[in-house]
Design a protein around this ligand. Structure first.
Ligand code: SF4
Length: 372
């Protein structure tokens, strides 16, 4: 099998690890999968995402690369992968490598091959850019440490919010030992872009459990980011007849995660809009705002109130608080970065509020105002 054919198979086999939405995929050559536009530390980056090998001896029930799932097997030699990456780097503007692998027999042996490839990329080809190294469940400490010295970011997929759910998905992975213990090691290693992880979104867990675990990971594993991946049934796996999970569910988990991570909302607050542990089918910030009984006076509000208004983020809230003039028209709010269409139903400007959702105008108190 030639390298291009391997690149097609192993690039496509690696698509289940998130590094950005599907629309980020870039087609630079027919048959060559695995090139994505992604953001690495706020920099736009063209990433080559691939597996080292796609023939897994583990039995994860959702996975296209699992032991029981029929597929065309492929595997890179370290030198072959390093040469291919260097070619893509020099000729196609690819400036990041995301390397994962199926576990073909022994995780340490596979990791050694992955390490050898990255060493060649760094030392033989002189690449100093972004490398994301996937830690395979159960890998030895020494190899993880070596990987941390060559990588910008590392991750190990947690897949589920607790060990019960993981044991329903795989008989080969021990939640605490193979995953959490390895994450704890990585959290103490020196990585420019820290560690991330990925959670499978399916009907085996509630959103509450998923977000609770995400919060725990941010706090205890120095996690930079949790990726949520809506379950998609794969032909040939034991879960092939299950329904795909709604992408909107995955997106609302991202919304809630963002509220906890960047807006510092407490999980308890987000749980307030859940029903039986599940988020409503809308942006949780909007659902929370709808629960409030009165509108927020934009000129009186503090930071905590402002960031709870849809259409106002932390940066805009700080800008509004620093403003010396009176905020008495929607045009002014727009100039300060408020998404007025989203914010309008929840705010009072100059003591007045709009009449209809989506209206965008400077209120004339004499004619247009509606008392709250
Ligand atoms: S460990 Fe599980 S999820 Fe990872 S490649 Fe193997 S079967 Fe797939």
């Amino acid at each position: 099998m030639d390298t291009l054919e391997k690149a097609g198979i192993l690039g496509k086999a690696g698509k289940y690890d998130s590094c950005g939405p599907k629309m980020c995929e870039v087609n630079i050559s027919q048959g060559l999968g695995g090139i994505y536009h992604a953001k690495a530390e706020h920099e736009s980056c063209r990433i080559f995402k691939t597996l080292m090998d796609n023939r897994c001896s583990f039995d994860c029930r959702y996975c296209a690369n699992s032991a029981g799932c029929k597929k065309k097997g492929a595997s890179y030699e370290p030198e072959e992968l390093a040469n291919l990456f260097s070619y893509l780097n020099k000729n196609h503007g690819v400036n990041g490598l995301f390397l994962s692998s199926a576990i073909t027999g022994d995780q340490d042996k596979v990791t050694e091959k992955m390490l050898e490839a990255v060493r060649l990329v760094r030392h033989k080809h002189g690449f100093s850019g972004y490398v994301h190294f996937k830690v395979l469940p159960g890998t030895s400490y020494d190899l993880i440490k070596q990987a941390s010295e060559l990588s910008s970011r590392m991750s190990i997929n947690i897949e589920s919010p607790n060990k019960q759910v993981l044991s329903e998905l795989s008989s080969c992975k021990d939640y605490k030992i193979d995953i959490l213990r390895r994450q704890a090691w990585v959290s103490k290693m020196d990585l420019a872009s820290g560690q991330t992880t990925q959670m499978l979104v399916n009907d085996m867990s509630t959103d509450k459990d998923v977000l609770k675990m995400a919060g725990w990971e941010y706090e205890n594993m120095k996690l930079k980011r949790m990726y949520y991946s809506a379950f998609v049934p794969v032909k040939g796996t034991p879960l092939e007849s299950k329904k795909a999970e709604k992408v909107s569910k995955q997106n609302h988990l991202y919304n809630a995660d963002f509220l906890m991570r960047d807006y510092k909302f407490r999980l308890k607050e987000i749980i307030g809009v859940m029903e039986e542990g599940m988020l409503p089918d809308e942006d949780p910030k909007l659902a929370l705002a709808k629960q409030r009984e009165s509108r927020v006076d934009i000129n009186e509000a503090g930071y905590e109130e402002l960031i709870r208004i849809p259409g106002i983020g932390p940066k805009t809230a700080r800008r509004l608080l620093g403003c010396k003039e009176k905020l008495d028209t929607y045009e002014k709010l727009d100039r300060f970065g408020v998404n007025v269409k989203r914010a309008a139903p929840f705010i009072k400007v100059n003591g007045w509020s709009q009449r209809r959702l989506g209206e965008f105008y400077a209120p004339d108190p004499a004619k247009e105002a509606t008392a709250l």
